[in-house]
Design a protein around this ligand. Structure first.
Ligand code: NAD
Length: 375
């Protein structure tokens, strides 16, 4: 049992931080006895209780972790608003200790108590799965806090558990919409060449869905085993080296690994390779997200950029709907994602804004309207 008296939750003043975007609250949760430091960012609760994943990873400094939590929690506000959820944006980052790539039970207990304390401070925030936080971790934390979403469900007909398959379904359906926009309605995936950057939980599930529809797949991943797993199921993904993925002749590029891989340089390489659509699950795909520099670059190159936080929201819709009928929520994701992308394409066409900016403006307008109604 942990010593709860040694856990401190402080309200941080981040108003001078370069990433501050009117965040409602940012907390530092610490327990020196356990070398534990985490930050909980609550960007906005205008649309409802804040929801967003818990990330566990090493950071070089506390400022790096604060920078991450500020960016990610703001991103969750945009994602949840774009997905039409009655949920605000929040995120937690836990500073992993050297040599502890996964959280220990002790860390999970401190974290759970930290979430309880944060929720006593006048905001409501629910944590969910993100980097290095598994469904099993949430199951474990469930004994210590009610402020998490996405623990396993005992009944397969009831929503619960890992959101990745639903994120993949959402990306797949949005990609279908993008294909209809670029190649004309009725054009399926048959024969279309898709380059997959990362074939992990989401990328692998996306590969299965695309393979079933006749797409021709090329991929890269730091984990060779990921290709073998798919191959054993009869899903063939031609493997190329990590940096070669941008140069493979392709119609669609799907980033499903890490953020920031689309730079001006890689965008140009994708265009040279014939890519007409960028659509994938990775968060913060643009190297220079502020001002949507690469969204603009892709537009100049004649590539349709499908904004990440619009097309990868299937997972958070699933998490938000915990306890509901699973098939109803799956269907909601299937229908919502293409409609959502279509709305952003229409806004982009109407306003002339690039796709990234159009998506951001849309989400901000949803939050603004809710705030005006509440005033
Ligand atoms: P994952 O860890 O299961 O898969 C990521 C894969 O990318 C792994 O197989 C890894 O080996 C590979 N990889 C890592 N670095 C790479 C690189 N430089 N080049 C190529 N491959 C590399 O993660 P995931 O759950 O599939 O998520 C993938 C991305 O989608 C992440 O950016 C995540 O933040 C984002 N995302 C995931 C969800 C979700 O529901 N899981 C929801 C929204 C957004």
């Amino acid at each position: 049992m942990i010593n709860k008296d040694n856990i401190t939750v402080e309200n941080l003043d981040v108003t001078k931080h370069s990433e501050f975007k009117n965040h409602e609250k940012v907390f530092r949760v610490s327990a020196p006895e356990y070398n534990f430091v985490a930050f909980v960012g609550v960007h906005s609760t205008v649309l409802g209780a804040a929801e967003g994943g818990i990330r566990y990873k090493p950071y070089d400094s506390e400022d790096d972790a604060i920078t991450d939590v500020l960016r990610l929690s703001e991103g969750m506000t945009l994602k949840n608003a774009g997905a039409g959820l009655s949920a605000g944006g929040g995120k937690t980052v836990v500073m992993a200790l050297d040599g502890e790539p996964k959280p220990s039970e002790l860390v999970l207990q401190v974290l759970a108590e930290g979430l309880n304390r944060v929720n006593e401070k006048g905001v409501i925030y629910f944590g969910a799965q993100d980097m290095n936080i598994s469904e099993e971790n949430l199951n474990y934390m469930g004994a210590y806090t009610r402020y998490i979403k996405g623990a396993s469900s005992d009944d397969p007909q009831i929503v619960g558990g890992t959101p990745s398959p639903l994120t993949a379904i959402g990306v797949f359906e949005a990609m279908k919409q993008a294909v209809a926009e670029v190649y004309g309605a009725g054009r399926g995936f048959d024969g279309l060449r898709v380059s997959l950057q990362g074939i992990g939980s989401v990328g692998g599930a996306l590969a299965r869905l695309l393979d079933r529809e006749g797409a021709v797949l090329t991929g890269c991943d730091i984990d060779d085993e990921a290709f073998a797993v798919l191959r054993a199921e009869g899903v063939i993904v031609r493997q190329v080296d990590l940096d070669e993925i941008y140069d493979q002749p392709a119609d669609i590029f799907a980033p499903n690994a890490i953020g920031g891989t689309i730079s001006d340089e890689t965008a140009q390489r994708l265009a040279n390779a014939g890519v007409l659509i960028v659509c994938g699950a990775a968060n913060n795909q643009q190297k220079e997200q502020v001002g949507h520099k690469q969204s603009k670059k892709l537009q100049q190159l004649g590539i349709l950029y499908c904004p990440d936080f619009i097309v990868n929201a299937g997972g958070i819709i699933w998490v938000n709907q915990v306890g509901m009928n699973a098939e109803t929520v799956r269907e909601r994701i299937r229908t919502h994602m293409p409609q959502s992308l279509k709305k952003i394409i229409q806004l982009h066409q109407k306003t002339g804004e690039d796709m990234g900016q159009a998506a951001e403006n849309y989400s901000l307008s949803v939050v603004r309207e809710a705030a005006e109604k509440a005033a």
